[in-house]
Design a protein around this ligand. Sequence first.
Ligand SMILES: Cc1ncc(COP(=O)(O)O)c(C=O)c1O
Ligand SMILES: N[C@@H](CCCC[NH3+])C(=O)O
Length: 422
Amino acid sequence: MNLPGAPFLAYRGESLYLEDCALDALAERFGTPLYVYSQAAMLAALAPYQRALAGRDHLICYAMKANSNLAVLQTFARAGCGFDIVSGGELARVLAVGVSADRVVFSGVGKTREEMRLALQAGVKCFNVESEAELEVLSAMAVQEGRTARISLRVNPDVDAGTHPYISTGLKANKFGVAHERAVALYRRAAGLPGLEVVGIDCHIGSQITDVAPYLDALDRVLDLVEAIEAEGIRLHHLDLGGGLGITYTDEAPPTADVLISALLQRLDARGHGHRMVMFEPGRSLVGNAGVLLTEVLYLKPGEEKNFCIVDAAMNDLMRPAMYEATMGIVPTRLHNASPVTYDVVGPVCESGDWLGRDRALAVQPGARLAILSAGAYGMTMASNYNTRGRAAEVLVIGDQAHLVREREQPAELFRNERLLP
Ligand SMILES: Cc1ncc(COP(=O)(O)O)c(C=O)c1O
Ligand SMILES: N[C@@H](CCCC[NH3+])C(=O)O
């Protein structure tokens, strides 16, 4: 059985291992639900990006919204990455890890004045600005703070990334970026505003993209703009092509990062832009298949139409199935010879949408543990406390060493900030 996450995630005999740690033993030691990540898998996912970009002026800015655990950030910081952030909270996280702000780009359509102020004071490398209104506020904030905001405009190239409508971002109908027809005029405006320094251009067309073609279309549109903008005498130093490369959850076959990056660099060279600094903002493709969510089977509930396998993880721990009807692999941490039964794997939360997998053939008994695969990206970062459920613990494994990198949330922490009436 070749699991997404192999070779770092694999059965040895009957037991499922992540690197050299048996997952059943980790569940026993740290409890469930439990997120477990492999550092080697993250670095292996980064390597093809680094290989393809070697010898170029470049910066890989890990999109930390995918997984923002401090130990994960530390892993990528030590490997030489920069970071793509989308909030003051994410800024605080990268600074807590000791990342220098000049390796940080700040994306997002709704940056608040306070977030801008903090990012200006920290000295972020670039603000990826998404509207004219934001440009004006950022200019005013920079003047007020006595700083210069380095900026790039996120252009919306209007290409279809061929992905789920909720995670496509590069179409006109999406809220992201500025229309490419308006981009030149906005660059002119940006160049004339005080407190701003134009340094680049960026785009990000969506997530879980499994094809090179939309990236090449977007790049062509961005390069057309670069040429038009520079013809106005506005110099663009870098080109940030965003993230979005997909991973294999079940049967998707996305290009590898080196195939994608090489194709883009080739196009860049062919169009005479090979000298430019390039940046990418991968999230999912660096961490998705480096992590699993472990959960314990609580009850089996046979029914007339459906059999339910009720587990201790729920939609609040892993929102992707409920939110996007995402299909993620589910396998037992110990293989059994018993014949499998088809179940819907559901959590304890009081919603019919609280399911983690549908129609899964599983040979399990209460007390057995399951691993939900490809859960390293947009798992823990999208978790909530719905039903006053504490968020899961997180463990990062390095070889045979398991590091608890986030403790399980306890009930009292969940209402710590609440107040009784007098
Ligand atoms: C601006 C921006 N950059 C990077 C990413 C990372 O995307 P992905 O995790 O699909 O690589 C996102 C999320 O889609 C994003 O909105
Ligand atoms: N959260 C989404 C992806 C959104 C990417 C962020 N722009 C997912 O789990 O697939």
